[in-house]
Design a binder for this molecule. Sequence first.
Ligand SMILES: Cc1ncc(COP(=O)(O)O)c(C=O)c1O
Length: 379
Amino acid sequence: MNRRSFFRRTLAGSAGLTLAGTPWWEAAAQLVNTPVLRDIRGVGLDDPELVELSINENPLGSSRRAIEAVASRMFGMNRYPFHNQIEQALATHHDIPEETILTGVGSSEILSLLVTASYFDRAGNTVTASPSYPDVPRKTEALGREVRRVPLTNDFSLDLDAMLDAIDSETRIVFVCNPNNPTGQLLAADELRRFAERVPSDVVLCVDEAYIHFVDDPDYPSAIALAQERENVLVTRTFSKAYGLGGIRVGYGIASPELVQQLARFGFGQLNKNTLSIAAALGALEDPEHVTRSVEVVREGKQYLYDQLEALGYEPLRTQTIFVTVDVGDTLETFLSLLRERKVKVRQAFEMDGYMRVSVGLPPENEVFVDEFRKVAGR
Ligand SMILES: Cc1ncc(COP(=O)(O)O)c(C=O)c1O
């Protein structure tokens, strides 16, 4: 369906629905103000008009297997999840020992445990790229510890040499988001390996692989192999992105059994799980086709966004994630609020001045974003 026929259809459809019984002046206002009449219906959103592209959710929703698994467990909500089925399933999935896996309430919990375990009884600093995913640095600062932010290179890559230089005897954590949020850039695997070899063994190297499924090269190696070889490497993974389970809150870390134990001391143990989230994650793991489909939808959506933004004279970064990042200049704030008024939610690419981050949606959502973006940009 092309954009014009999509708009014609949604305008006609929702006008028919909305205008009946409406005072004429409101009806007239609605007719001229077409964005308010749109019926986009992104999966899982309560507001049928909202185009939610600000928090990197899977536009396809969850796997049917996950939904069925939740439905089949819903009469068991009285039962505590005192079992390790998800750890066992993940161990099989990655072909690694179960004691190298720590599950969390999203990968956010693992990142949080890392910071707590690193700083609860000592000072120190965290080294991170900037801009990058801000969770670990924010939590470090919340505990009153120092953060060393190392700027990216001119081509938006992580500057691994400069990050190594920033490490000193007080460094506890080096945080590497790969592919990076909000730039979407991926490190060369051999560069990351060389970096890991040079990070001192008493510093935890955390590699956040939240977006690893969206990497272009299907043979790109995960850092999980590094985490199996080196006692100080922690890899974080999530069910929130490619598996479409952001709302169900399951993530995990992979590290040496010693590091897993150190982090686990500060968690809730098995009580950080819930019966339904574990069911969903187990269901999702059994449905690799959903991940493949999600990756495909995101790839096509990104290509559409690149083409449209370029046609409008912008230069979006080519990303290996679930979002597109584009420089819109110093009117970014106005851009964001005008889009928000038009029910399109996107955000600033963290601390990147002038850069907008747009999560990929379903094709109609992407089309509405482009249409409203064009109007706001006046092009
Ligand atoms: C790079 C990165 N890491 C971690 C997370 C946290 O995800 P969750 O706690 O849902 O696993 C996100 C969420 O957007 C992210 O972008």
